[in-house]
Design a protein around this ligand. Sequence first.
Ligand SMILES: [Zn+2]
Ligand SMILES: [Zn+2]
Length: 426
Amino acid sequence: MDAPTLPSKCPGYNIYVDGFQALRQPQVLQASNITHVVSVIDWKFKPGWAPLRGVQHLHIPLDDVYDSNILEHFPRSNAFIHEGLNYWPTKSSEGLDQSGVLVHCAMGVSRSATIVLAYLMWISRQPRSIQHPEKNSNPVPSSATEESNDSTPEMISLPPTPLTVDSALALLREGRPHVEPNSGFIKQLRMYEAMNCPTTQEQLESHKIYRRWINSRNVMDALSSNRAPEMANITFRDEEDESDDESNSNINDQMSGLGLSSKDAEITDPDISTSSSPNEAASPAPEVELKCRKCRRLIARSNFIIPHKPPPHRDPSVDGSMEPCAHVFLHPLSWMRDTLAQGELDGRLSCPNLKCGANIGKFAWQGLRCSCGGWVTPGFGIARSKVDEARSFKRGSGSRLGGAPAAGNAVRLPPGMRRSSGNGNL
Ligand SMILES: [Zn+2]
Ligand SMILES: [Zn+2]
């Protein structure tokens, strides 16, 4: 009788997901042709430990918690799994041998599933050629003739379209119904998808979405210990690489939709994490410019404004909430650098025009409450009474932001799509 094989196989791939106990069943591993094992678990593996003898092993020590950075391991785990699946590029004379990859964590639910989902998403975006590096130069004619009669000559099949997080999860659940990455891992998978699944570590870590997320994590780390963030961890939105300018607003949309903007306060004190979701709030008109009321210096374009809304429990029929908000909240901008470099947790914001220097607002890393009751964290609030709202009807009007050379990244909409707002209030 054949030995039992591992129960949870991802359909279409020789990838198995399981808990730690799978390692304790050597005959099952053998019967499943496991040649490669990925251990996503913070566990001290002894060198030469019997269950791992004879297999290639990748160890990713990681806890199954919301804010573990599992994303940074995807390039390495993808390469390892890919190598594992193509380990024996041709079948043996018996036509049975195929390599297999076991990805396990403790229970085979969250961590291991996340690693496999990342692989499924990544491989579905690769040109077919890289899946079978040996195929075109296969020097073994007998194998080739065998394969011509075989309906399943390929070890892995290419899905017709790139997998999303949801479609990859649906596929994996066909093989293991109870896989359930934790919410932080799902978020990171969605980020990976939004980045179009970078292959190399360098591509990942240089990506704008990843850098912004890492900065945001570092900022939150500092705040949770009541420190102002390091300058190196502050993303000044007007200084981000503009080479992919046309996708900038797109990325902003993606980040907002994922709750990944720098105001993502989910890992901080719950008291300051009540800021509303930006994608639910009404966006201000896209081509608005805020200018210092005193000297007319440009303070911010509307794509640097963080939308917010009152907390949901407020009844709009009471307390005169028809009043417009007293503040406009901004992402950190380069003209704030000198102020923020002083390392204070909060303080005043002055007009970037040094000759003017008007007090135009305030900032607080731990968050500011608007007059409407909504929190924005971190808060960079400009008092509406100190600025004028100017509309730029021409594209690339040439006005510059706080003297910075980066112009032209305002959200562009055709004239018919401009929002009108009655009296100049945002
Ligand atoms: Zn001014
Ligand atoms: Zn408000």
